[in-house]
Design a protein around this ligand. Sequence first.
Ligand code: ADP
Ligand code: MG
Length: 294
Amino acid sequence: AIMPTLLSGIANGARQGILFKNGAQLEQIGRVRAIAFDKTGTLTTGNPEVVQIMAASQSEQQLLQVAASLESLSEHPIGAAIVKFAQQQQIEWRSATNVQAHAGQGITGEINGQLAIVGKAAFVCSQVNSWANTLTASAQHFEETGKTVVWAAYAGKPLGMIAISDTVRPEAASTIRQLKQLGIGEIVMLTGDNERTARSIARELGIEQVYSELLPEHKVDVVRSLQRQYHTVAMVGDGINDAPALAQASVGIAMGTAGSDVALETADIVLMADRLERLVNAIRLGRRSQQVVK
Ligand code: ADP
Ligand code: MG
């Protein structure tokens, strides 16, 4: 039978906007010694905005047209940001055909029988015959200041780059600080985004360990290796990409609002209203429940 103290712990959690799916997880989170955070949508709001576009040899209009043609069929937040920006610029486009999302890489499709592609540099680069070298320094500068840069190409030629900015959640830095004060041994950031962008955001938040350019299965690998060292490891995430790592973690924690259905189903604990700082309360409740049970 569930101890009354566990029930009151769960009830306390509910009052504080922390949904525990079962009592065992309340105890488990009290034992957590390492925490892995997804970046996009978890440490950031996940509502990115376009901050700058730079065309290669063609016009900015053509860059945006091609990008919006693909991204209007995308479910990725980067796609939503690009479409919103193209609309604001009153760009008109027709949807591409044969559009395919490539998880963690970008998106491809056909426009007038030619290949169109939007995504990270390495992915786009592999599909073109030349590169827009004049834009590389600017792209690096954007990444070093925490922006995500995506590239577009059409018919074998690079069209240019789009810099996108995502806002760090206001309570993220103080949450990390409090977790360190609670004695959590290791706090890491996991992301599919590139290394420069990830490091810039991690620095802003006081996170020292960063794993970037990860595919979903790589997030699982990082959680598993943390478990070998720290035994009880929590993973906090929001995306479909995070679901395998949430399942692998000793405690999977999902963002209640930003979280995708799969993440919410897989997680053991849900942070209502996406309030990261409730993680600190959850650990405190978990530690208290252990003291009372023993
Ligand atoms: P995260 O783990 O940060 O949520 P993803 O794994 O979803 O990131 O994506 C990783 C990277 O792949 C993005 O930063 C972007 O460069 C590229 N990417 C993925 N999907 C798209 C898309 N629809 N349009 C452009 N770029 C994309
Ligand atoms: Mg995410």
